[in-house]
Design a protein around this ligand. Structure first.
Ligand code: TYC
Length: 107
């Protein structure tokens, strides 16, 4: 409660009661696709569209980037979302017997 001065006006003196609660932002993880010599381009493009909601054009750009550079980013997500996407990619790759690898790393 703020002190009132003799005239009953707020003196501006008081006890600070606000606590600064540190906001905990979730850690973010990059999801990366790794290149290999066997997974068909079309499969990688389809995965990027279905799992990462990329447009055809974005998916092609990322696929070519991975093909040319060995690794590329599909997106950045909170831990559990990143984990689910990695699992979806790896399950699809296994199902179609492609060696495609997808990993996550703390940003
Ligand atoms: N290098 C593969 C090929 O030539 C294509 C490919 C692209 C594979 C991206 C994996 O993450 C990958 N068929």
């Amino acid at each position: 409660m703020a002190k009132k001065d003799e005239d009953g006006e707020d003196s501006g003196i008081g006890v600070a009661t606000k606590t600064r609660t540190k906001t905990q932002r979730p850690s973010l993880y990059r999801v990366l696709l790794l290149n290999d010599d066997y997974t068909p381009m079309e499969f990688v493009i389809a995965v990027l569209q279905q799992v990462f909601h990329k447009s055809q054009e974005e998916a092609v750009t990322i696929t070519m980037h991975v093909h040319n550079n060995g690794v590329g980013e599909c997106g950045v997500f909170p831990y559990e979302v990143a984990e689910t996407k990695v699992t979806r990619v790896m399950d699809a790759a296994r199902k179609h017997q492609h060696p495609l690898q997808c990993v996550m790393e703390k940003q």
